[in-house]
Design a protein around this ligand. Structure first.
Ligand code: CP3
Length: 347
């Protein structure tokens, strides 16, 4: 049997620096692609895509075909977890998720505590389909929302500026909030294990709103649950590769890395490069951190920003990515320009 082809993203997660860093983009499957918009218009709503394994698989593969990224991230969304816990989610056209607000301790006490497997089944089936179709060097990523970020949507019933409703709730009802976070951490463990079993090579834990918390809150609602999730997943699937994304962690990041034992962290564009190199990349792989606005701007500004990211982090274990998801008005030509420049880099 020939040795299996190397997967550059997985190799970086395993600790091997690549002279030419692998590249993929957060939110690479989505509305900036005309082929996505076409499928979505045919399917009806966003959830009709998420709950259809064939369509989810097709959407996952669209950006791989177009740009040849080194990782495919399964098409799904963060509020799948509340949905699987019986808190039904809907999407208004062109907007984010809407849920029934979970805004009293009594409502949390009455909550379903285990994931309904039938809700996550289509995502797992989509992973199996993609795994069959993906070439051997492309890493397949699963993901789920981290407890704090998912809780911000559950408490408020939608995305909110500065995550005010969840922050207030956590101060007013710390015990009830801790129960919610615990339920979400257990749900994340179940969902991530199911995705690994369905063929994901690695998984990413998205804590998009981690930066809204003070340091003590960050330790309690971001780091501690991530630690529990990583340990819980690895207890069931030893050696599972896990990327953390506590967006906006700033100087809380080194402690997050030490406590959680993630294999890599995704960093946003505000991260200070020397702090990352000296106190994060010396321990784990780093992924990031092009400003999505540089990608939207394109041209020379994009080239300079790509070069900055490469100069800052390519000396260590590094996966080129954005600091947050691509925005829907980004021109395809700018993505092509970014990929070409990263591919041409010799570190
Ligand atoms: O390509 C990929 O990265 C895989 C799929 C993916 C989606 N959402 C698809 C999606 C992933 C990894 C996410 C993560 C996600 N979803 C996050 C964390 C990362 C981040 O970008 O902040 C968050 C906070 C959400 C919640 C969410 N879902 C919002 C706020 C919105 C609406 C606004 C927006 O940016 O689109 C969504 C909808 C959503 N999730 C779409 C897609 C392709 C658009 C739905 C549509 O077709 O209208």
């Amino acid at each position: 049997m020939p040795a299996p082809a190397a997967k550059p993203v997985l190799d970086v997660l395993a600790g091997q620096r690549q002279a030419n860093p692998p590249v993929w983009m957060m939110r690479q499957a989505g509305r900036y692609l005309s082929e996505y918009r076409e499928l979505r218009a045919k399917a009806g709503g966003f959830l009709d895509l998420v709950f259809n394994a064939e369509l989810s698989a097709e959407i996952t593969l669209q950006p791989i075909r177009r740009f040849g990224f080194d990782a495919a991230i399964i098409f799904s969304d963060l509020p799948l977890i509340p949905h699987a816990l019986g808190r039904h989610v809907r999407y208004e056209t062109g907007e984010g998720p809407r849920l029934e607000p979970l805004d009293t301790p009594a409502a949390i006490d009455a909550m379903q505590t285990r994931v309904d497997p039938s809700v996550i089944a289509p995502t797992c089936e989509a992973l199996r389909i993609v795994k069959r179709e993906l070439d051997a060097r492309t890493t397949l990523l699963g993901f789920c929302g981290a407890p704090w970020t998912v809780a911000t949507y559950m408490v408020a019933g939608q995305g909110t500026p500065d995550q005010v409703p969840a922050r207030l709730f956590a101060y007013r009802y710390p015990d009830a909030f801790a129960r919610l976070i615990d339920i979400l951490a257990d749900a994340a463990i179940d969902f991530l294990v199911a995705q690994l079993d369905a063929g994901a090579d690695a998984v990413q834990l998205f804590d998009t709103w981690a930066g809204a918390l003070p340091s003590a809150g960050f330790a309690k609602w971001v780091t501690a649950p991530a630690q529990k999730i990583v340990a819980g997943v690895r207890a069931k699937r030893p050696g599972a590769k896990i990327i953390g994304f506590p967006r906006g962690a700033a100087s809380n990041l080194p402690a997050f890395v030490d406590a959680t034992s993630v294999d890599a962290v995704s960093i946003d564009w505000t991260a200070e490069p020397s702090l990352i190199r000296e106190r994060v990349q010396n321990k784990v792989a780093v992924q990031g951190n092009l400003d999505p606005m540089a990608l939207l701007a394109g041209g020379d500004a994009l080239d300079r920003a790509v070069d900055d990211v490469l100069t800052n982090f390519s000396g260590g274990r590094f996966i080129f990515n954005l600091g947050h998801g691509i925005t829907q008005d980004t021109p395809i030509a700018n993505v092509e320009r970014m990929v070409k420049r990263v591919r041409a880099f010799k570190g």
